[in-house]
Design a binder for this molecule. Structure first.
Ligand code: SF4
Length: 412
């Protein structure tokens, strides 16, 4: 049995929106990263602690997830234990029967659909279920992932529902499913509460999307988009994504064919409509990620000795100079050879930033008066206004026209 279903919960944002994606991804090997493997180690810490009812600190110094990328595994340090503890606290704040690393099947909606849910807590009276928590630990500290409308969590919940139903549990119209994502390194715990009816309605969408993947011609049914393509294995080879990105940047897509002979005319941001600007901004991460990946791929081609028209391999900027011998020997030599006094060779120690000093002091040591005294020693510049998607939790502000730090309009 493969370790992942072809239409997996974690890839659902992709295949539920782009029927061609699973076809395009076939043949690409499963790859991992040191960050993903570290996340697996944190999950293992969480699993042991939940199963044995231990605090995460009990695992400090122990090794987890010995894998190809890190054969010696990852040692659980204080930082990892602190993060995992937040997840444990959240799971333990729910009353009920606990299932850890629960194997789920969602075959009723997706053929050969299976997966593993990190932690499930079922509150029931007799066989009647009142509440179900489906909790997902995400150990990354990059992109923030939130629970609301998260298809991965929705699919886990369908699997949990199917499992409990098979075991004879009963649900009512008042049963609530609490779908949660715990991202301790982003200080984020979010929850999406839905009724059984809402969950089953979501199941219909999952089934319809899975059916589309198996329809005739699905391999040509592309739907590129910011969330859909970000982690697609085919994103470097997908013509639909290339067109999607370039359409937003260049005046005429066909111009790209002549890009080796002449400069491509990029769209002038001052002439793009607000509607189109919004679309481009929503795709910012996808475009940047794609451009970075294109450069990385070009580099790899040259490093493999392959051809990349109009490009050559050159030496990059030299690294920083480093002393080859001990500090004492350097100081003595400079003094002996050049009469350079010791005080000229050394730099004065630099004061730490207020943030580092505050961390050093630890907030528990502060009285109100201490806090006021410390705060009088430093100042903090107001954050510059930023554009965020309407789903962002921060409060909307009105522009302050006194801002001295405006966006500078660049020459295009
Ligand atoms: S890169 Fe995007 S459009 Fe292309 S197959 Fe993948 S998800 Fe679909």
């Amino acid at each position: 049995m493969p370790s992942h279903a072809k239409l997996s919960p974690s890839g659902s944002e992709r295949w539920m929106n782009c029927p061609a994606a699973p076809h395009m991804e076939e043949g690409y090997p499963d790859s991992s990263s040191i960050y993903a493997e570290e996340g697996t180690a944190a999950h293992e810490v969480g699993e042991v602690c939940l199963v044995k009812n231990l605090p995460a600190s009990s695992q400090i110094g122990k090794t987890f997830n010995k894998c190809k990328l890190r054969p010696k595994g990852f040692v659980c340090d204080e930082a990892m234990a602190d993060s995992v503890q937040q997840y444990l606290d959240h799971v333990r704040s729910f009353e009920g029967k606990l299932f850890v690393e629960m194997k789920i099947s969602y075959q009723k909606w997706v053929d050969k659909g299976f997966g593993t849910s990190d932690a499930v807590v079922v509150k029931h009276k007799g066989k009647v279920v009142s509440n179900v928590l489906v909790d997902d630990l995400k150990y990354g500290k990059g992109n923030l992932v939130e629970a609301q409308d998260n298809s991965q969590l929705g699919i886990y919940s369908l699997g949990v529902y199917a499992y409990l139903k098979k075991k004879g549990y009963k649900f009512t119209k008042d049963t609530v499913f609490h779908l949660a994502i715990c991202m301790p390194r982003k200080n984020s715990i979010t929850q999406w509460d839905i009724s059984l009816k809402e969950l089953l309605d979501f199941g219909k969408k999952v089934k319809a999307a899975a059916d589309k993947v198996h329809e005739k011609g699905a391999e040509n049914n592309f739907n590129p988009g910011p969330k859909t393509c970000l982690w697609c294995k085919a994103r470097f080879d997908c013509e639909a994504l290339k067109k999607h990105n370039l359409d937003m940047m260049v005046e005429e897509f066909d111009e790209f064919d002549n890009a080796l002979e002449e400069d491509i005319e990029l769209k002038d941001p001052r002439k793009i409509s607000a509607e189109d600007l919004a679309k481009i901004i929503m795709n910012e991460k996808l475009i940047k990620n794609w451009l970075a990946a294109c450069c990385a791929r070009g580099y790899q081609l040259k490093m493999n000795g392959e051809d990349l028209p109009y490009h050559k391999l050159v030496n990059g900027k030299q690294g920083d100079k480093k002393w080859n011998t001990s500090e004492e020997e350097v100081v003595e030599s400079l003094d002996f050879l050049f009469d350079l006094p010791e005080e000229d060779v050394y730099e004065k120690p630099k004061i730490k930033t207020p943030t580092k000093v505050l961390a050093l002091l630890g907030s528990e040591r502060f009285s109100k008066a201490d806090k006021e005294t410390i705060e009088s020693l430093y100042s903090q510049k107001k954050g510059r206004p930023n554009i965020a998607h309407v789903s962002d939790k921060r409060k909307e502000i009105v522009p302050d026209f006194d801002f001295d730090d405006e966006y500078e309009e660049e020459e295009i």
